[in-house]
Design a protein around this ligand. Structure first.
Ligand code: BGC
Ligand code: NOJ
Length: 827
């Protein structure tokens, strides 16, 4: 069942009922000010850090779901309603929500009154602009009361949600004309305030929540709205809010337009107040309000936003035989990659914004998805990440976005982390041809006095693996590898111990983790990412170092084949007892997805047919109509030696859930191995646009990836195997976005930036006649036509560049050339 449709021309998803199977959200903002907005206008705003600068309040895991947001209420002679349906939930005569690129438009109609609200965060602007257009579509004059509503958060979202003994007594506001200012703690230790304005005179306001809502009422029936009149309340402690009240009369056909702004302002210490020493200095706020004070200025801002997105999205656009592929590649997958870049894993409807900082591995992988759009910011991000590395190549697992410092609470020793840096730096060079990033001086642990070049960082990354091998010559698993839930040094039997941060004291003498437990996944990630490092060294003429690194890769491949090939697939690990994990010999968890794709893509044991055998086993054991499960069979009991993975009921998360992130590695591997049909099958099982038809099962947004989909074992724990199979969770902020962008654009469509230029080597469904693409790359435009007359899945029979036949599949770069017309004939 569908709950809307794609409007590709406008790059929007149009939701046609407010009762979606889960709140379907969008993100506003790209730089400092961010908002989450659901299809019923729920959500919240923050400045840069969703924990420390939360502007409006939101209660996660609320009942009913998604309560709290920016709400407009109408009291039309006793009929009370919201244009976004919620929270009053009066049935509307018309409803529509259009989530677009950085904006959301919600329209509701009731009793001839149509209200259309557009929300967006302009470029270079620290506020959410909301334009409300109210039209009387009836034949009689209408008079009604109109209210806005936002609830302030007392800045630190974590403290706000638990320190009530203090917080109920700190809230402070100021009201100046039609602007309500939130200034809790501004007099004391903060230099920031927020405001909510409207570009018109108002007939009243409320700033105290209980006065507006009433202690025993809810968002769905605020007393002031019921009464049709504001109380002009002034918050002093308790919960400050901002609500404007306006009486409006509209003749038939008449329209009223209002522009509201929810803004954030930082002030230098010396300029915080007016001369009286206590009134907020509002100069900056007034300038912000002025900037979007009219519908014309609003339109101008929207136009700039559209230009910004159109430009970003025009760097890659494709026309394939499948319009779902086109809308993923051209619009939504690229959009999600940018949102994930901006937000990392901090704030979604599943990430509370107070938990995780920027992940070392996560942020490096995110780069793979957006580097073509904003390479400069990718470079900056890569340098920030690398600056939190330790001199031995180990890494802080996370860093804080405001300070950019490594997070000591989590620490390091995640075995995969360093390798992702090799991939992100390589991706940056392959995209831009800017080798100078390797010369950048980058600190260790943010200490500039021990800075070395980025190339040195890659070297310590590479050798961090080589220097930390276990008994089989495979990388030590340490606290965890990519799969945070395989914790081989944890042995946790105490509630509350974090599987990610707790390591069993029994390993203290060995340096904190088992020197026996080994990760095959890191081994194959090493053989997959390592060759990039070798290429880089060769390019720099460092042939001896290149040969030395290559020897390590070859040795690793040998070790994998000797100790980690299970006959039909690759093992997952050796646990701390030296036992195999992910082997036929195991009772449960016999096969895991993670090591397989990288092994195939780095030709480990290829001469013995490991690639095709492994792909066949994956198809048989892991594939389902909703994607590939992470492992099989699911764990049905707690394996203390494996850790968190076995704490989830079967079919969820890392325990045999469809973890969409690593599905992409198999899509890439199948494409690499020439199985274009298989690759596309796996792609379409999970790509959001393909799940649209089953939105009732999938539940989360059909325009973005989620981290997880319930696997075939979902429900098995309660004897209802298949219950929740196909149900999506944790949408938006996931490495899935980047990796699936890579999978479809670089492996299936085969348009892959390489060190020496753009490589085009598709691996597509055999029935495709071909496709076309436009790719802007290193300052030139590539107009690509792929023809598939013989209906093969893979193979470049010939390539023509500007009419000239060229060998191979890398388009040679000619200095100064601005346009390349590339024709590929497959065969
Ligand atoms: C989740 C993982 C996540 C980890 C760290 C676990 O509970 O299942 O997906 O990476 O926590 O936050
Ligand atoms: C989500 C985390 O953000 C990511 O770092 C991890 O690789 C996956 N979960 C798998 O556990």
């Amino acid at each position: 069942m569908k709950f809307g449709y794609f409007d590709d021309a406008n790059k929007e998803y149009v939701i046609t009922t407010p009762k979606t199977p889960y709140p379907w959200i969008n993100y506003l903002g790209t730089q400092g000010f961010f908002s989450l907005i659901s299809n019923t206008a729920g959500g919240y705003s923050f400045y840069k850090d969703a924990r420390l600068r939360r502007i409006t309040r939101y209660r996660y895991n609320n009942v009913p779901i998604d309560m709290g947001g920016r709400y407009f209420y109408i009291n039309d002679n006793g009929t009370i309603w919201n244009p976004g349906w919620s929270p009053v939930k009066t049935e509307l005569d018309e409803y529509e929500c259009r989530h677009g690129m950085g904006y959301t438009k919600i329209t509701g109609k009731k009793n001839d009154l149509k209200v259309n609200v557009t929300f967006f965060v302009p470029q270079d602007y620290d506020g959410e602009v909301q334009q409300v257009v109210i039209t009387n579509e009836g034949s009689a004059e209408k008079s009604f009361a109109f209210f806005s509503f936002a609830e302030w958060c007392l800045w630190d979202a974590q403290d706000d949600s638990n320190n009530f003994q203090r917080n109920f007594s700190t809230g402070r506001v100021e009201v100046d004309g039609s602007v309500i200012y939130h200034k809790t703690e501004y007099r004391d230790r903060r230099n920031h305030y927020a405001f909510y304005s409207v570009n018109d005179e108002i007939d009243g306001y409320d700033t105290d929540r209980d006065s507006f809502i009433g202690l025993y009422n809810g968002f769905n029936n605020p007393e002031a709205v019921l009464a049709g009149k504001a109380t002009n309340s002034f918050a002093d402690g308790w919960s400050p809010i901002a609500s404007h009240y306006k009486k409006i009369t509209l003749k038939p056909g008449e329209t009223k337009t209002l522009v509201f702004i929810l803004g954030y302002v930082e002030m230098p210490q010396a300029e915080k107040f007016e001369a009286d020493g206590k009134t907020i200095n509002k100069v900056k706020a007034k300038a912000m309000i002025e900037k979007y004070s009219t519908p014309e200025k609003f339109e101008e801002g929207m136009k700039e936003l559209k230009t910004y997105w159109n430009k970003l999205l025009s760097i890659l656009s494709v026309t394939t035989p499948d319009d779902k592929v086109d809308r993923m590649v051209n619009i939504w997958n690229q959009y999600q990659c940018m949102v994930t870049f901006n937000l990392s894993r901090s704030a979604s409807y599943f990430e509370s914004g107070i938990g995780r900082g920027m992940g070392f591995r996560d942020s490096n992988q995110d780069v793979l998805g957006f580097v073509h759009q904003i390479p400069d910011r990718a470079k900056e991000r890569i340098i920030d990440i690398a600056s939190t590395q330790f001199p031995d190549g180990g890494c802080y697992h996370q860093y804080q976005p405001l300070t950019k410092k490594g997070n000591a609470d989590i620490g390091g020793d995640f075995s995969d982390d360093p390798l992702w840096l090799i991939l992100s730096v390589s991706a940056y060079i392959k995209e831009t041809g800017d080798w100078s990033i390797l010369d950048e001086m980058v600190p260790y642990d943010n200490d500039m006095s021990v800075a070395q070049t980025m190339l040195d960082h890659l070297t310590v990354s590479f050798y961090h693996i080589v220097n930390n091998l276990g008994p089989h010559g495979l990388p030590l698993a340490m606290r965890a590898d990519w799969n945070d839930c395989i914790n081989l040094s944890c042995f946790s039997d105490t509630p509350g111990e974090s599987f990610q941060t707790y390591t069993n004291p029994k390993f203290a003498a060995e340096g904190g983790y088992s020197k026996v437990a080994e990760s095959v996944m890191v081994a194959t990630l090493f053989t997959y990412s390592g060759p990039n490092y070798v290429e880089i060294l060769k390019h720099l003429g460092k042939n001896e170092e290149a040969a030395k690194a290559q020897a390590e890769i070859d040795k690793m491949k040998k070790n994998i084949m000797e100790s980690a090939w299970d006959g039909d697939w690759f093992l997952r690990a050796y646990d701390a007892n030296g036992e195999k994990m992910g082997s036929k010999e195991c009772e449960e968890g016999q096969i895991f997805i993670e090591p397989q794709g990288f092994a195939i893509m780095s030709d480990v044991g290829k001469e013995q047919g490991t690639d095709l055998k492994t792909l066949a086993a994956i198809d048989e054991r892991l594939n389902t109509k909703y994607g590939l499960v992470l492992n099989n069979p699911a764990f049905t009991k707690y394996y203390i030696q494996y850790g968190e993975i076995s704490t989830y009921p079967g079919g969820y998360k890392e325990n045999a859930g469809i973890f969409t992130h690593n599905n992409a590695w198999i899509i890439c591997a199948a494409a690499y191995a020439g199985q274009g049909d298989q690759a596309f099958k796996y792609y379409s099982e999970i790509a959001p646009a393909f799940t649209e038809e089953t939105s009732d099962i999938h539940k989360t947004e059909p325009y973005v990836y989620g981290q997880m989909i319930g696997g075939k074992d979902a429900g098995s724990d309660i004897g209802q195997t298949g219950k929740n199979f196909g149900q999506g969770k944790n949408s938006w902020l996931t490495g899935t976005a980047a990796w699936n962008m890579v999978a479809i654009s670089q492996y299936i469509l085969g348009i892959q930036p390489d060190f020496d230029g753009l490589s085009i080597n598709p691996s597509i469904p055999h029935e495709w006649d071909g496709f076309t693409a436009i790719r802007r790359y290193r300052g030139a435009t590539y107009n690509i036509t792929v023809k598939n007359p013989n209906h093969v899945c893979k193979g470049v029979a010939s390539m023509e560049v500007n009419g000239q036949a060229v060998d191979g599949c890398i388009v040679p770069i000619t200095d100064g050339q601005k346009e390349y017309n590339v024709v590929i004939t497959m065969g």
